[in-house]
Design a protein around this ligand. Structure first.
Ligand code: SF4
Ligand code: SF4
Ligand code: SF4
Length: 247
């Protein structure tokens, strides 16, 4: 049986999600028995323009990237957005709060006119995406689960319940009870509530659940001492592409 040809691509990102894939070790070897990896810049020098499945990391932040991602869509039968930059725009969208000219000046100084920049956006705002693996960075167990489901022709299970569910399953004391704040009530689960488990508030890296109760969550943040602007800035860390939802 012909193995599906798989390529990994990276747009504007820190490439940390691809790095997670490389740390999977034993299970990655199992996956390699089921697929042919034909492009993966972090792991190999060979590359190919012929692939069936594309994992795409990073958000779109330059005009030139729009053409590149469309070309990937034209080639791949299945596209999976890998990590927060690709799925929701992620931290790159923080720059969208400023004029693009100012961003260019701050980052490139005198060389600003040599570099093109546009407001950051998730890949879905440019092309159709088939599946999403959320998080900053992604969770390796979820990567394997989603990849295996796709290879078996099944729909991967992407949680549409909040981080609080996983947090309560781990029997954590809620951080709000400790005087801290947390994005868990409105954030998509799948990370095993790793941040609250280590006493750190969820910052929303997996994006909002499909039907978040933002007004109730904002009230909770206000009751725990955050002003309206501070509450909005919590949402903006990873969700800058959806600012209108928060106001
Ligand atoms: S989602 Fe996070 S870890 Fe992954 S590429 Fe973007 S910034 Fe890096
Ligand atoms: S700590 Fe955060 S994720 Fe855990 S139950 Fe409380 S609000 Fe939810
Ligand atoms: S707890 Fe929140 S910030 Fe931490 S990994 Fe999970 S979704 Fe991301």
């Amino acid at each position: 049986m012909t193995k599906p040809r798989v390529a990994f691509f990276s747009f504007s990102s820190c490439e940390g999600c691809q790095l997670v894939v490389l740390t999977i070790e034993e299970q990655l070897l199992e996956l390699v028995n089921l697929i042919d990896i034909v492009s993966f810049r972090e792991a190999m020098s060979e590359k190919s323009e012929d692939y069936d499945i594309a994992f795409v990391e990073g958000s779109i932040t330059r005009t030139s990237e729009i053409e590149s991602i469309k070309k990937i869509r034209d080639t791949a039968g299945i596209i999976i957005a890998l990590g927060a930059c690709a799925t929701i725009g992620g931290v790159n969208c923080l720059k969208n709060q400023f004029e693009m000219e100012k961003v260019q000046d701050i980052v490139y100084g005198k060389m600003a006119s040599n570099y093109d920049t546009i407001p950051a956006r998730p890949i879905e705002s440019v092309i159709k995406v088939d599946y999403w693996i959320h998080g900053c960075p992604i969770d390796k167990d979820e990567f394997i689960e989603v990849t295996k489901a796709i290879l078996l022709g099944k729909k991967p299970r992407i949680p549409d319940y909040p981080v609080c569910v996983e947090c309560q399953m781990r029997e954590n004391v809620c951080l709000f009870e400790k005087g801290l704040v947390c994005m868990g009530p409105v954030t998509r689960a799948g990370c095993k509530a790793i941040c609250p488990t280590y006493n750190d508030g969820c910052t929303g890296c997996r994006g909002l659940i499909d039907d978040p109760n933002l007004s109730s969550h904002k009230n909770l943040l206000n009751e725990h001492g955050l002003t309206v602007d501070e509450a909005i800035s919590q949402y903006m860390l990873f969700g800058g592409n959806s600012k209108e939802k928060y106001e």
